[in-house]
Write a protein that binds this ligand. Structure first.
Ligand code: LLP
Length: 384
């Protein structure tokens, strides 16, 4: 995966650090352009997956917009050069200050998640003498078939407005004179690897679209969110997700009216495969039942294995010795600080470099300072 000059360069750097392969990112963006943007679809990149300025600038230049879930992300999107009219702002708990920031910048759309949020947004927009454009986030009650922590579109989840509340909200809307309803928004979960949940989503979205337009509202935005999964097992053979099939599915199943445009909020599928966490073996420990490779990255750098039992592929970059079985673990004082259990990798020694793959999404952004760990700067392929 990594050419030898890249591994040589890694040897001179302080580990652990995130490495971003910009060729992978650009190829991914080309596929999104070819199969998505070319159909007139709008793709907002979900900054929650990765908010590195350099990555964001490349994504913006490719023609994507931004999907933000905090004031900090709205500000970062502006700093990265996204125009305000391409910024969608979602989230179940937007603070007054965050809403005001969005209003100050006249962002494209607030994705609203509860009747009370509508009232607050209406009041704050009124104070600024503005009309805020909104999309209602609707909970379609679709099973995404993914990890329960990243399932968001079921009735039991905290997200979105439930179908049973929708008509009351629609009745309330005309009284909220500082809001303009421009669309509907869905997001059923993340790391969705099957296509049937998206088909199911299209059916629900079509029905809700018809229902709301029948009440006399005109929806120009149908936002189906993100969630498209990546292949964590084989990142080399599948460095770019099958966007042709993904966008093709929506092309086939979503029914847009003439005045409507389809929007997506993709995060993981855009940046997941371009990032790796590069770490060094500090110690090896040969126990009675287990061998441990103790590396200098931990759950502080990549929390996904600890939080979602995620299995990221591990490549040893500096050893070609016969394979041995290891638990690859970090230095943090928690047993959950384990990247993989019982995996066979070339025998490693102190100083060997290891790449934890498919870490471009929800990796660096979820880093923490637990144990007062220092953060090393990330490295980009065009710097080598
Ligand atoms: N739109 C909304 C409203 C979302 O909540 C999310 C992700 C996205 C778009 C982007 O979804 P994506 O295309 O990346 O699947 N930290 C977890 C993932 C949390 C996803 C939260 N919402 C992980 O590491 O797997």
């Amino acid at each position: 995966m990594f050419p030898s000059q890249v591994t040589e360069f890694f040897k001179s750097q302080k580990t652990p650090f995130y490495y971003y392969d910009l060729d992978v990112l650009n190829t991914t963006l080309d596929e999104i352009k070819k199969h998505g943007l070319s159909k007139g679809y709008h793709v907002h990149f979900a900054l929650k997956a990765n908010n590195q300025l350099k990555i964001l600038e490349i994504i913006r230049e490719a023609g994507l917009g931004a999907d933000c879930v905090s004031g900090g992300e709205v500000q970062r999107a502006i700093d990265a050069g996204f125009s305000a009219d391409e910024i969608a702002f979602a989230g179940v708990g937007k603070s007054d200050e965050e809403i005001e920031l969005g209003l100050n910048h006249n962002i494209f759309c607030f994705n609203c998640e509860s009747p009370q949020e509508l009232e607050v947004l209406n009041e704050l927009a009124g104070k600024q003498g503005k009309t805020a454009k909104i999309a209602l986030r609707l909970n379609p009650n679709v099973e995404a078939d993914t990890h329960k922590y990243i399932t968001t579109g079921l009735n039991e989840n905290k997200f979105g407005i439930n179908a049973s509340d929708l008509d009351a909200v629609l009745e309330q809307l005309p009284e909220l004179e500082h809001l303009k309803l421009i669309g509907i928004h869905f997001h059923i979960g993340s790391q969705i690897q099957k296509f049937t949940p998206f088909e199911e989503l299209c059916k629900k979205a079509n029905a809700l679209n018809d229902h709301i337009e029948e009440q006399g509202f005109e929806l120009s935005v149908i936002n189906v969110g993100g969630g498209f999964g990546i292949n964590y097992e084989h990142p080399n053979d599948n460095s770019v997700p099958d966007f042709e099939r993904f966008f093709g599915l929506f092309d086939k199943h979503i029914r847009l009216k003439d005045h409507q445009q389809l929007h997506f909020e993709l995060g993981r599928s855009v940046v997941g495969q371009c990032g790796s966490l590069i770490t060094k073996v500090l110690y090896t420990k040969y126990g009675q039942t287990k061998n441990f490779a103790i590396v200098d990255a931990g759950m502080t750098e990549l929390i996904r294995p600890a939080l979602y039992q995620a299995a990221h592929r591990i490549d040893v970059l500096t050893s070609t010795k016969p394979e041995e079985k290891y638990d690859v673990v970090g230095p943090i004082c928690e047993s959950s600080d384990t990247f993989r259990k019982d995996i066979s990798i070339p025998k490693v020694e102190r100083g060997d470099l290891v790449a934890i793959r498919s870490a471009g999404a929800y990796g660096e952004v979820m880093r923490s300072a637990y144990n007062l760990r220092e953060a090393n700067p990330s490295i980009y392929s065009d710097e080598i």
